[in-house]
Ligand binder design. Structure first.
Ligand code: ATR
Length: 281
């Protein structure tokens, strides 16, 4: 590492499970860049000073993960319209004048993952989204931008789903969690954005029988790669797209902005991350 070495990284609290260093350092090596990408645990009270010092510390930018995405959205100097709508920033770019630009690439990652994994996905059909947490916000906004005519949203806490629908404005119909199966009638896409199905959590129980023919099922959970929900969807003959691709694709815009190279999500990168998950959990 020299004074010329470009720097980027990810911050969260805690940060142990982040695969972002693996992804970005793979691209750094692949493209022969003189750059490093690190991971730092940043306590909430240290967030603002860290952001203020980012440029002086030589960083081109950072990724932001739980629990800092919302706070960073309030602290950056410029915020892109999508991140503002979602109220969360996952990618920060240090501009040439030293000011900070906040973006949210989670929605981009979600859509790119579906495009890569299920190129025949019909965005002209309604979509069903289960869950209304942090990830759901970006996914809903991205689906609206993709032109989905109606989104049916069901969440255990009904109020949270209603708030999300109000915040985002658009054709979002909120249903009680108990009626979640009704969200799927003739839908072209079913998305699990809850933590159900994650290793150690109970599965998402959902009757898929009314989904449109050729529909796509996708999950944001990627440990395991094939959740019980995806397994059920695959067995029923639907297209399935696992959640790992969203993580891989959301990393692309940050890397491109910091280092000036458009990186690709390839089978080799995917295998590298799958191997990491399998060995470290
Ligand atoms: P937040 O961003 O609000 O912290 P999250 O942890 O990202 O939330 O999201 C967790 C999602 O999984 C939420 O939709 C949550 O439902 P609630 O909003 O009702 O909490 C959902 N979830 C987690 N455990 C669940 C369970 N056992 N049954 C149903 N939904 C569950």
């Amino acid at each position: 590492m020299s004074d010329e070495t470009l720097k980027a990284g990810v911050i969260g609290y805690p940060i142990v499970h982040s695969r972002s260093p693996l992804i970005h350092n793979y691209w750094i090596t692949l493209h022969g860049l003189d750059a490093v990408y690190d991971a730092r645990a940043v306590e909430p009270e240290n967030l603002e000073p860290l952001l203020k010092a980012l440029g002086d510390d030589g960083y081109r930018g950072i990724n932001v993960t739980v629990p800092h995405k919302e706070a960073v959205a309030r602290l950056v100097d410029h915020i892109d319209p999508f991140a503002e709508r979602v109220g969360a920033v996952n990618t920060v770019i240090v501009r040439d004048d030293g000011t900070l630009e906040g973006r949210n690439t989670d929605g981009f990652g979600f859509i790119e993952n579906i495009k890569q994994g299920a190129p025949d996905w019909d965005a002209a059909k309604p979509a069903a989204v289960i869950g209304a947490g942090g990830a759901a916000r970006a996914i809903l906004a991205a689906l609206l931008d993709a032109g989905v005519p109606e989104i049916r949203l069901a969440n255990r806490s009904f109020d949270k789903a209603q708030k999300l629908a109000e915040d985002l404005e658009g054709p979002i119909v909120v249903r009680p969690f108990e009626d979640r199966a009704a969200c799927l009638t003739d839908a072209g896409l079913a998305v699990n954005t809850t933590t159900l199905g994650m290793e150690g959590s109970p599965p998402l129980e959902l009757d898929l029988s009314t989904l449109a023919d050729g529909a796509v099922a996708t999950d944001i959970v990627y440990t395991p790669l094939e959740t019980p929900f995806l397994k059920q969807a695959r067995a029923a003959g639907f297209h399935t797209v696992d959640g790992l691709g969203m993580l891989l694709h959301q990393a692309r815009p940050g890397f491109a902005a910091w280092f000036g190279i458009e990186p690709k999500v390839t089978p080799i990168l995917r295998a590298l991350v799958v191997n990491d998950i399998e060995t470290k959990g």
